[in-house]
Structures are given as structure tokens and as C-alpha cells.
Design a protein around this ligand. Structure first.
Ligand code: CEZ
Length: 837
């Protein structure tokens, strides 16, 4: 069992006139089809000769209809159908096809299908991906580039992209012009604050055109438009969120269906039609930019773009500064309000200062200086920033999965404990009468459980104990246990303590005759949906994790002056049941299916070993010392790779319909054997607790990209957040292995932070105070840490020596706990660890 506490331890009109000149290019296409097999070179030449003759734009007879220009009527199309499908085909070659299965479906798609509630940052961006583009044109030479780079992709003389916690900056030099772009956000409004400084770097006067162009995409198939509003000095797009159910009218009518691009300087002209903006030049060389002046077009039921034109004459070295606001709004009044509030030098300054203050108030509980400065920077700034983001935004969801809600709050325990406290109280208002926590927590009245939250998962309740363990030990706020919480479901008022008891007792009863916990359609693992969907299958991970939760709660009961044996006895029984039915000699299996098949074991060709049961067996005492050693070796052999520890191996290559959709995910992706960092962090946390400091540190370090160039290239990600996964299956898919998912919504942040504070640095709270037990890797001779804890500051210096000791404020302590901590005080702590062997 883990030793953390000593007890237990978690987006044309060229009309007829212009047509004649262009018609020759396409005359061949207007010819009647040639007989199959007769597409000789002669036929093609004959067609071209005809091109010189006058061609009508459109020809129609009984048998056909022809069009001679692809540009005059860009949406001209024909369609074909059969009982199972239809295809709508434009003259330019675009197609929209649907087939029935039995609901209408598409089989060829836009390069990326925007999912309303997900981010898909791992998939490549594409030319029409929503972007913030700033075109610059030399009005004398006509040459164009765009900053930061897309969509012209013109060569730049220099490029710099600089992310700081509250500001993103680009410094771009091209064609004798420097563009200094800055993006920041206000604290209280949904809008982007853009500043662009354009400088003439040459020794002569330059006549420049500057054009921000923000494509808006398909706003709505019901109603979309855009125009330039002189009074506001803004492009304003309007739409009606598409819906079909009558009741949705009442929900949607208050939505912010407008989008605006407000400018501080007055533009020469504007264009709000995406198609006119691009013209025939395309996004990389748009007609709106190559022409002398934008046409001032209004979008009426067509995809809009917010683009503006500014002409400047800049002397050598001269700079002009633009400010823009971009965002959604309900009405014009709101846009005006935002303009008055922000659109000035002082408005930007103030907003930037406030925003910086907001971001930096999410500072973490430790600052460290180790031999690994790269890692230090991540721990000191970027990781707590990610933790803070999660806790403060709930990942921008209105119905967070309960487990995510509670685990994100485990992270904010170290960053913004008052947020964690609110999370706890909110979650408990939604506890069911039987003690179980629901699949998701609705954050406002009227919010609904959606998507994954409509699939029954069994694990949500157990995170309550893990949360309480982290929260109480960090804050010492045991008074929260007395808080009365009224449950929505039955209106009953119960204390936090009683509600936690109820949740734990519910977990104790949700087991089968063997004492193993049911899985239904998932546990922590969302796509493990078919192990127990018939109601019989059990989860070894769930059983082991429940044992861990129960042990933690038992300990907290004792800390609270109560008898927790009811919970520890139940925990022991669960650990025993898993050992009896799912221990496979060197590791624990993952579960037993509805049909009684143990899986995640040696006899399996795929999905032989899963990481999570091993981690929680170590954490919750399901594995004894010898089993732990076997587990660590097995994980080393089967799951450890260059980019971290994988979640299972070998990755599945075909559906196992007694396991579920996780086996349908691409090998090495997400739950199908990636380095799923959330799971890796559990393991790392467990390893630190079990005394495997070197291995834990090595795996922890592999979660962070860099500093080697080769590692950056392999991961493709900046080291400013930990992604939910890196591609795994390194043995079978070595080329993709390591690639980042780029998704920064992940429970990893909380657990990684906790692993650093409590595991690596060994500065973990307990009821009595601060337990000091660093787990430094053997290659670290020393580390300095400033730890904020319960209002006090601890300046900790860890070194190595022949005589291990702990000294606080000059006094040698006999055990590892610093007690009687006074808020406001600074403590000097010296720790001498045994020399590395
Ligand atoms: O979501 C996460 C969940 O937010 O997957 C974890 C789970 O513990 C987290 O609560 C492991 O299953 O549905 C799916 O197949 C996806 O795998 C999502 O559930 C997944 C997203 O990748 C976000 O990380």
C-alpha cells in the first residue's frame, strides 16, 4: 500500500460580359459527352478548336443543359438520385452526396467536421479553417503577404510566435515591413482584443494596404448575413441559430447570434462576402486584396467574412497601430458597450493588466529550482496555469462529467482551494437519494446531461473520497464536513460528512456475488462500454479504485474522530476479491466480461495488460510489496516507451464486442494504447507513493516535450501544457508514436501537479500539518522549493548527505511532520536525504 500518509494514501459574379473572355478555357467541358473509349487526342483537339468560336453561356434542349463558364454562376449544379442516395454536383466540381442508413448520412466530408462540443486539435487545419488573417500589400509593387503566415504562406524574413500566460504575440518581418501582432482577452467578456503595429522597416516611404480578414464560416443554414456598420465602425454579421424543435425557439431567442469585428481606425472599405473576398484568386491571393479597393459587399444569406481595408503611407521607420475587437454579441447595444469599454489604447492597457492579474492569481503552491530548469519552468508557471484553467472554466462545459469535475478540483486544491470547495458543495447537491453521484453535474438550472453523460458509468462516486483526501489534507478545512447540503432530488439536507458516507456505502453495495464491482457501460474508461452492458460484467480497476477510495475515507473518518472501520473492512474485501479472481501472476487483469471472460491478461493477444488496475492496486493496497515489484517490471516490459507509459498493450486492431468501442479506436490513439497522460499520472503518483522515485521521475519527465529538438519534432507541441495523450503503440506504429493530441482538456494536469507537489517534492499535507518526504531522482543532488501551505510559506532546501535529517527553523524534527503551522509565517526547512546509491 502507498505510503503517502503513513496510512493510505490519488470553422460572382462575373456576369455574362466577363464570360466571353474566359469561356475558351472551358469550352471542352460544354461538349456533349463522347462515346466511351473515344476520348482520343483528336477529339480533345477538336474541342479546343471550337473554343475559339463564340460560345453561349447556357444551352438547353430536350436532352441536356450546358454551361460554358465555371465562374459566371459558381453554384450552378445538377443532381442525381436513387432510392438510397442522392448527389448534388456543381459545375465547378463540388459535390454534396447523402445516403440513407436509415437516417441521412454523408460519406465524403469537409476536411474536418466541426464537432460542437469537442476540440479536435490533433487533426490538420485546412485552407478554410477559421483563422485570424492580416494581409499586407505593397500598393506600389502589388506584392502581398499575410501575418502571421496563413493563408498566403508567403515567405517571411523572420517569424516569431510568443506565448506568455496572458498574451500571445507574433513578430513578423517580410517585404520590408514588420507586423507586431498581439492577442489578449478581457476578463469578463467574450471578445478578442487584437493589436497590430505595422512598421516600415525600409529607408524609403511605403504605400501599404493592411487588411484584417476573419472568415466566419457557415453561421446558420436558416439565416446569415453581414454588413459594415458605419456608426460602430465594425463589420457585423447576423444569424439565427438553426433549430427545428419548437421549444428550442424559446431557448435560442436570447443567444448571441451576432459576430462583430470592431476597428479603432476607419477603413477605406470592407468586404463581408467570403466568396467575393476570395474571388478567383482564392484564399491565398484573394481578389479583395489584389484589387485597388475592396468592393464594400454585404453578405445576404451567404457565408460571411469580416474584412477591412486600411491604406497607409508610412515613412521610413514609421509605425501605425491598429486595435480591433472580435467576438459574439446579442445586439448592437452590446457591441457599442464593448467598444466603449475596450477599443482605445487605455482600454486595451487596462484590460491587459486586469487579464494578467486574473491569470497570475492562479499561481500554484510550489516554485522549484532543480537541476532541470526546463521542468522547473513547467511546474512553476505552465502546469498550475493549466490546472487553474480547468478549475475556473470547467473545461467550458455546462455538464462536466462528475469524475472530471471532482478531479479538476483536486488540482485547484493547490491553486484556488475556494474553487475546489464550491465544486464539492455543487456536486453534492446532485447526489442521488441512494448515495450515488450522477454521471455529470449540471452547472445551471436548465442545463442537461448530454453526450457521454447519457451513458451509465459506475465510478463517479469514488472520486468524492479522492477529492476529500486531497482537499482536507491540503487545506485542513475539516469544517467543510459539517456543511449542510440540500440535494435537488429529494430536498433533504445532509452534511458533507453524511453525504460522503452515503456515497461510500453505495459503492460498497454495487458489487456482484464475488465482491467485484459492476461496470455497466463504463468506469473511468469512457469507451469501455461493452464489458458489462448486459448487467453482469465487472471491472477490476473499479473494484481496486473503490477499495482505495474507501481506505482514504476510512482514514479521513479517523482524522475526523470517527470510526472508519466499516469502510476499511469493505476495502479489504474488495482487494481480496480482485486478488482471488483477477490476479494474473504478474499483473491484474482489467475485468470480467458479461460472459465471464477475464480480460487484460496474458492469454490475450491484444489488450494484454492495462495500466489503471496496476496503479490503483498500488495506491489502495490491492497489491502487496512483491506484487508491486512484479507489476512495475511488467509495466516496464509491456507499457513503457520513449514517450511515456502507455495505457494498454498491445493496442487493439479489431473490435472486441465484449470490451467496447475503445477497441475500435485507432491503435495507439486515446484509450487504445496511447500514452494517455491521465492514466500515466495515476501510475506516477502511485510509484512515488511506493518508493519508486527514479522510475516515477523518469515517466513524469516524459510527459513534458523537450528540450531536445528531436523530442519537439516527435511530439509537435510546445511545452506549455500537458496534452491528454501522446500517440502510443510505439512498437507497431513507431512513426506516429509521440505525436501530441494537442488537447489541453485533461485530468492529467491535476494529477501531474499533485505528483510533483506530493510525490516528487514530498510536501504533502496531513491533518497535523505538513509532511516532508521528498522523492528526488537519484541524479538530483539537491532542490530548492518554496511551498505555500495553509497560509504559510516554507522555504525548503533539500540536499543529500550521510546523515538524513529534517530541520525546521533550526530545530531537528524527529518525525517528518511540521506541526503548529501559523498562517503568515515563513519557515526555513532543511532536508538531508540519504546519498544516492
Ligand atoms: O474523455 C475523457 C473523459 O473526459 O476520457 C477519459 C475519462 O476518464 C474522462 O472523464 C478516459 O476514458 O468518449 C471517448 O471515447 C473519449 O475518450 C472522451 O471520453 C475523452 C476525450 O478524449 C477527452 O479527453
Amino acid at each position: 500500500m502507498s505510503n503517502y500518509t503513513g496510512r493510505v494514501h490519488d470553422g460572382h459574379a462575373n456576369n455574362g460580359a466577363a464570360v466571353a473572355g474566359k469561356a475558351h478555357r472551358v469550352a471542352a467541358a460544354a461538349q456533349p459527352p463522347v462515346a466511351a473509349g473515344a476520348k482520343s487526342a483528336t477529339t480533345r483537339r477538336a474541342s479546343s478548336n471550337q473554343a475559339a468560336q463564340q460560345v453561349k453561356l447556357v444551352e438547353l434542349d430536350n436532352a441536356h443543359c450546358s454551361l460554358s463558364s465555371p465562374t459566371a454562376m459558381p453554384l450552378a449544379a445538377g443532381f442525381l438520385w436513387n432510392p438510397r442516395m442522392m448527389i448534388h454536383m456543381t459545375a465547378r466540381g463540388y459535390a454534396t452526396a447523402q445516403f440513407m442508413q436509415p437516417e441521412p448520412s454523408k460519406y465524403a466530408h469537409a476536411q474536418i467536421l466541426e464537432a460542437k462540443h469537442f476540440m479536435l486539435p490533433e487533426q490538420r487545419t485546412y485552407a478554410h479553417h477559421p483563422g485570424r488573417f492580416f494581409f499586407v500589400k505593397d500598393r506600389d509593387t502589388g506584392s502581398i503577404f499575410s501575418a502571421p503566415y496563413e493563408p498566403t504562406r508567403a515567405p517571411l524574413d523572420s517569424f516569431s510566435f510568443d506565448v506568455s500566460p496572458s498574451l500571445i504575440r507574433w513578430d513578423i518581418k517580410a517585404q520590408g515591413v514588420r507586423v507586431d501582432l498581439r492577442l489578449t482577452l478581457p476578463v469578463d467578456d467574450a471578445c478578442e482584443l487584437w493589436e497590430a503595429r505595422i512598421t516600415n522597416l525600409s529607408t524609403a516611404k511605403k504605400r501599404l494596404g493592411f487588411y484584417p480578414a476573419f472568415p466566419l464560416g457557415l453561421l446558420s443554414w436558416m439565416n446569415q448575413s453581414a454588413t459594415y456598420d458605419r456608426e460602430l465602425n465594425a463589420v457585423v454579421a447576423d444569424s439565427i441559430t438553426a433549430y427545428q424543435k419548437t421549444k428550442d425557439y424559446f431557448k435560442n431567442k436570447d443567444l448571441k447570434d451576432k459576430v462583430f469585428l470592431l476597428s479603432e481606425q476607419h477603413p477605406e472599405s470592407y468586404e463581408t462576402r467570403q466568396s467575393a473576398f476570395e474571388g478567383e484568386g482564392g484564399l491565398h491571393n484573394p481578389d479583395a486584396i489584389t484589387s485597388e479597393i475592396m468592393s464594400g459587399g454585404d453578405a445576404s444569406y451567404e457565408n460571411p467574412i469580416a474584412s477591412l481595408q486600411f491604406d497607409h503611407e508610412l515613412n521610413a521607420g514609421e509605425t501605425t497601430t491598429h486595435r480591433f475587437l472580435f467576438g459574439p454579441a446579442f445586439d448592437k447595444a452590446e457591441i457599442k458597450q464593448l467598444k466603449d469599454k475596450y477599443l482605445s489604447a487605455s482600454g486595451f492597457d487596462k484590460a491587459q493588466r486586469n487579464f494578467e492579474h486574473y491569470i497570475t492569481s492562479g499561481r500554484g503552491a510550489v516554485r522549484m529550482a532543480s537541476p532541470d530548469a526546463h521542468f522547473d519552468a513547467f511546474v512553476n508557471t505552465w502546469l498550475p496555469r493549466q490546472v487553474y484553467y480547468h478549475g475556473d472554466t470547467n473545461r467550458l462545459s455546462t455538464d462536466p462529467q462528475t469524475r472530471n469535475f471532482l478531479q479538476d478540483a483536486i488540482g485547484t486544491v493547490f491553486v484556488a482551494p475556494e474553487t475546489s470547495r464550491k465544486t464539492l458543495l455543487k456536486a453534492l447537491t446532485q447526489q442521488h437519494a441512494n448515495g450515488a453521484l450522477p454521471d455529470g453535474i449540471t452547472l445551471y438550472d436548465g442545463a442537461e446531461l448530454k453526450y457521454i453523460n447519457t451513458v451509465p458509468h459506475v465510478d463517479h462516486s469514488l472520486w468524492l473520497a479522492l477529492f476529500l483526501d486531497a482537499y482536507l489534507n491540503e487545506t485542513g478545512d475539516y469544517s467543510v464536513l459539517d456543511e449542510l447540503v440540500e440535494a435537488k432530488e429529494d430536498g433533504k439536507q445532509l452534511s458533507v460528512r453524511d453525504r460522503a458516507d452515503k456515497a461510500m456505502r453505495y459503492l460498497i453495495t454495487a458489487v456482484d456475488e464475488r465482491g467485484l464491482h459492476y461496470i455497466l457501460e463504463g468506469d473511468w474508461n469512457d469507451p469501455m462500454n461493452m464489458v458489462g452492458w448486459k448487467g453482469k460484467g465487472v471491472s477490476a480497476w473499479m473494484t481496486l479504485a473503490t477499495a482505495y477510495a474507501l481506505k482514504l475515507w476510512a482514514t479521513l473518518c479517523e482524522d475526523d474522530g470517527r470510526d472508519g472501520s466499516e469502510f476499511s473492512v469493505a476495502a479489504d474485501a474488495m482487494n481480496k476479491a480482485v486478488n482471488t479472481h483477477v490476479w494474473d501472476g504478474d499483473w491484474f487483469g482489467r475485468g470480467i466480461t458479461d460472459d465471464g471472460v477475464v480480460f487484460g491478461v496474458k492469454v490475450d493477444d491484444e489488450g494484454k495488460i492495462y495500466l489503471n488496475p496496476q496503479s490503483f492496486a498500488i495506491l489502495g493496497g490491492g497489491a502487496d510489496k512483491e506484487q508491486t515489484e512484479r507489476i512495475v517490471r511488467a509495466v516496464e516490459q509491456h507499457l513503457e516507451g520513449p514517450f511515456g507509459v502507455e495505457m494498454l498493450a498491445p493496442s487493439y486492431t479489431h473490435m472486441r464486442d465484449d470490451v467496447g468501442r475503445l477497441t475500435q479506436k485507432y491503435p495507439g490513439v486515446a484509450e487504445n494504447g496511447s500514452v494517455y497522460n491521465h492514466a500515466a499520472a495515476f501510475y506516477i503518483y502511485a510509484l512515488f507513493g511506493a518508493g519508486y522515485a527514479d522510475k516515477a521521475h523518469s515517466l513524469l519527465r516524459r510527459m513534458l516535450p523537450g528540450p531536445d529538438v528531436s523530442d519537439y519534432l516527435a511530439r509537435g507541441q510546445l511545452p506549455i501544457f500537458v496534452p491528454n495523450y501522446y500517440r502510443g503503440a510505439h512498437k507497431t506504429h513507431p512513426k506516429a508514436a509521440g505525436h501530441s493530441s494537442h488537447l489541453f482538456n485533461t485530468g492529467t494536469a491535476a494529477w501531474m501537479y499533485r505528483s510533483v507537489v506530493e510525490g516528487l517534492l514530498g510536501l504533502r499535507g496531513c491533518r497535523a500539518g505538513l509532511r516532508v518526504a521528498p522523492n528526488l531522482p537519484s541524479q538530483w543532488p539537491s532542490v530548492r522549493v518554496t511551498r505555500q501551505f495553509r497560509g504559510a510559506t516554507f522555504e525548503v532546501h533539500v540536499t543529500r548527505g550521510a546523515e538524513p535529517k529534517l530541520v525546521c527553523e533550526g530545530k531537528v524534527l524527529s518525525d517528518s511532520v511540521i506541526t503548529d503551522i501559523q498562517a503568515g509565517k515563513t519557515y526555513r526547512v532543511e532536508v538531508v536525504l540519504p546519498n544516492a546509491q
